[in-house]
Design a protein around this ligand. Sequence first.
Ligand code: PEP
Ligand code: MN
Length: 264
Amino acid sequence: LVAREGHPAGSVIDIRGIKLGGKQVQVIAGPCSVETQEQMDLAAAGVAAAGCRMMRGGAFKPRTSPYAFQGLGVQGLEFFQKAARQHDMPIVTELMDVRMLNTFLEHDVDVIQIGARNMQNFDLLKEVGRVNKPVILKRGLSATISEWLMAAEYIAAGGNNNIILCERGIRTFETAYRNVLDVTAIPVLKKETHLPVLVDPSHAGGKAWMVPALARAAVAAGADGLLVEMHPNPCEAWCDADQALTPQELIDLMGSLRLIAQAV
Ligand code: PEP
Ligand code: MN
């Protein structure tokens, strides 16, 4: 179902009127995690000021350590919606557990993110396959493209074709950065599937200063959009502080992307 064959034009996913996979490169930005109402209000203002039309933010966080901040949960969804609504921006947030799916629907989450660690959580994939919401499926930490596409197939098999793939870097022997951004995957995915392709340069590089270069590489290689971490005050971020752009850096990034793709 996700194969390119029979879909010469490629799929365009409609997210409350915003098109992902169309001519415009969409940049979804926001903090790694939802922290406070004030932080989300400032973040939303920064995302909108940079010209981005959708916002990201995690209320349920898949942390490596069980002792690290795990996200605000449902209260985070509320802070997030309140902030994003003021700028009429759809929200993208991670679903980790099938038991929270109804809560996500009740809170009008616009795009459900399936994180890298859950790419092969098949029960979760089956459940999001049954709803009519756009789903961002991140690539697993060490997943091959064919494993990733089979995971997407689980969602499509349930009847939900609103699937967006997100390359976020894969495991590497290299220690100079967090993950290696697989730019090569972009043309492969565009050739093999009709699904829109997003790239997350933040979790790939793991350092804010690397993000603009990786983001430009992704857009130049044909990505349909980006998922970027931005925090109103990165030094104080509760999660992934090293890789968060400042609001001004997001504005600068958007300017540099416009030199590569006319529609950003
Ligand atoms: C995230 O986007 O917040 C995240 C946890 O990313 P990943 O699943 O790619 O590690
Ligand atoms: Mn993060």
